[in-house]
Design a binder for this molecule. Structure first.
Ligand code: AGP
Length: 608
């Protein structure tokens, strides 16, 4: 959690730091701050609230200096406030530090420092680090940080500078992500690549347990033990425009509308003209897939919902028992895992702490790990044995949309690839799925073209504070994602459940006008789901159905129908999610919410 930045070069550091922080705000946005060296002193500006408050402060009191560090915060230790905002300094103001993640032994460290006379101005764990670095400092910032980090336990990344060493910035990665951007005569540090994509396309990833030392002479990486590391600089070919709103009111809307193109990217080059699937980055050993007798899928939030779809697809197509587990549950269970198990960790960011922990547990127990992730070079992608990138491009909005849709396509591709190895398909079924997969981008585009219809239905949600989403099988799994979208950005209480479960309790909450969204794409359980609609209608509920264009029955039962183009039932989640994303968006927009940065949330949950 939190976003961190560093800049060293010939330009004015403050605007570059602020610009980077704006692009990192998805990691946290309850306060922000920067520190620059003005040639003599370290000077700090910070403010509680969104970045614009800091910008306002800098407008009246500009900070001059060509190197500095910055931070955008998502509170863990101490509530959002000016004094808990980063950067933090030691009492003498000699050392400034920004940090994300958690220092787990900070209480013990703080007590020790206090017992020796130290005083603190904030409630953060970060301030302890500033004290430790100052205490260890004897003229060499790199060595001081190294010694301080040896005393601090936890998962974090930090960036530090010293008043006594103008032009030097030192950073450490202890699990939380950190990258170096290499520009022309300038260097950057950031929590992720899009933060500095406007300045450079050349990057190096700092690995776990490594330090990076930036100075006017250049940069180098070394381990905590002081061994130099030769790290390759790689070029990123993302379009910087992808990281901008591109004319849409919100990143979320832009990302929803990018889904047809994202689907094309996910599929691109992975299915040949004969329908054979070739997954770059997936290199299963001979006989591995054939020997699988169990698949674990682990993830959180939206990625977990994608995992639920993957489970259904794997079990139906491959007949391999598959369990999808919340990563935060799985890591504290005693999962039954053997060499004949494959674990798939699903994560847009590849940095979700719980997902990394569950994936690590599976590996420890002998499972091969496949990462289904979007972010190239993310921790998950580096720790996994195999990686299938979703290629969705940068997802900025906290509410995940295109990442989900591309995860689903990734799951179908995995099912096909495994099915080919196991001889699980009859050729006709295989070819039908391949053909339908290849048509998905067009179908998604078609679903997006109906945004106007969805907006009209969204208007009917005005004044309602509860909404329910139901479906059966795959429809239930996709309803869960529709419900999550609704609650996280509209703040309307929303619940999803299997359609057959409604009558076992929740139906008591359905009264005159209560909106119930029913996903109705699975023909084998169609009539059963219609029965649930009748139960809702009998209590006066307002039913919005998500159904295929060729469904002539649904209009007899539902009050409103959000139509989706026809695809095989097995692939329906990829198109059914589109109107539900748009519905959540329009309901939230009508309520005037901060859609891209919903309250209390952050894009990437890198703490347990
Ligand atoms: C969904 O809109 C949320 N942003 C959240 O549930 C998210 O999917 C979850 O935190 C997992 O993130 P990840 O995919 O980056 O691991």
């Amino acid at each position: 959690m939190c976003g961190i930045m560093g800049y060293l070069g010939p330009k004015d550091a403050a605007p570059i730091l602020v610009d980077g922080l704006r692009r990192l705000e998805y990691r946290g946005y309850d306060s922000a701050g920067i520190a620059v060296h003005d040639g003599t002193h370290l000077v700090v500006a910070k403010a509680e609230g969104k970045l614009d408050r800091l910008v306002g402060q800098l407008g009246s009191n500009p900070l001059a200096g060509s190197f500095g560090i910055g931070h955008t915060r998502w509170a863990t230790h101490g509530p959002p406030s000016d004094r808990n905002a980063h950067p933090h300094a030691d009492p003498a103001g000699d050392i400034a530090v920004v940090h994300n993640g958690i220092i787990e032994n900070f209480t013990a460290l703080k007590e020790d420092l206090v017992s020796r006379g130290a005083s603190f101005t904030s409630e953060t764990d970060t301030e302890v680090i500033a004290h430790l670095v100052a205490e260890e400092y004897d003229g060499d910032l790199l060595e001081a940080v190294r010694r301080a980090v040896r005393r601090a336990e936890g998962a974090y990344a930090l960036v530090a500078m010293s008043q006594h060493e103008p032009g030097r910035i030192v950073a450490v990665r202890m699990i939380s992500p950190l990258i170096v951007g290499v520009g022309d005569g300038e260097m950057f540090l950031a929590s992720d690549i899009p933060a500095i994509l406007h300045h450079t396309r050349s990057f190096a990833v700092i690995d776990n347990g490594e330090m990076v030392d930036l100075s006017p002479e250049g940069w180098h990486i070394e381990t905590l033990d002081g061994e130099r590391v030769d790290r390759e600089v790689f070029e990123v070919d993302w379009d910087a425009e992808q990281a901008e709103k591109g004319g849409f009111a919100h990143f979320m809307l832009k990302e929803i509308f990018e889904q047809a193109a994202a689907a094309t990217e996910t599929l691109g080059g992975r299915v040949d003209e004969k329908g054979r699937v070739d997954l770059d980055g997936v290199d299963w050993p001979e006989g591995f897939v054939e020997s699988l007798d169990r698949i674990w899928i682990t993830a959180c939030g939206t990625a977990y919902h994608a995992g639920l779809i993957a489970k259904e697809v794997f079990e139906r197509l491959l007949r391999i028992p598959t369990e999808t587990a919340y990563a935060h549950e799985m890591r504290y269970r005693d999962p039954i895992i053997a060499g004949t198990t494959m674990t798939i960790a699903v994560s847009q960011s590849g940095e979700t702490a719980d997902t990394l922990a569950a994936a690590g547990l599976a590996q420890e127990r002998g499972s091969r790990l496949l990462a289904l992730t979007n972010v190239v070079g993310s921790t998950l992608s580096r720790e996994a044995d195999d990686v299938l990138y979703t290629r969705a491009g940068p997802e900025i909005s906290v509410a995940s949309t295109k990442a989900y849709l591309t995860m689903l396509i990734g799951a179908y591709l995995l099912a096909l690839a495994m099915g080919e190895r196991r001889g699980a398909f009859d050729p006709v079924a295989h070819d039908e799925i391949v053909e339908a997969l290849n048509h998905l981008p067009v179908k998604v585009e078609d679903a997006l073209d109906r945004d106007g219809d969805v907006a009209a239905v969204a208007a009917r949600f005005e004044g309602h504070d509860d909404v329910y989403f139901i479906g059966r099988g795959l429809d239930n799994a996709v309803a869960m994602e529709g419900s999550l979208k609704m609650k996280e950005i509209s703040y309307i209480h929303s619940e999803a459940m299997p359609a057959g479960e409604l009558k076992h309790g929740t139906l008591a909450l359905v009264t005159e006008g209560t909106p119930v969204v029913v996903v109705l794409t699975q023909q084998d359980v169609y009539d059963k789901t219609v029965s649930a609609i009748q139960e809702v209608k009998a209590r006066g509920g307002f039913v919005v159905a998500v159904a295929f264009d060729d469904d002539e029955e649904v209009g007899k039962h539902a009050d409103e129908v959000l139509r989706i183009p026809r695809v095989p039932d097995l692939l329906s989640p990829v198109v059914a999610i589109v109107p539900m994303q748009l519905l959540a968006y329009h309901v939230a927009a009508a309520r005037g919410h901060d859609i891209d940065q919903p309250r209390n949330l952050a894009k990437s949950v890198t703490v347990e």
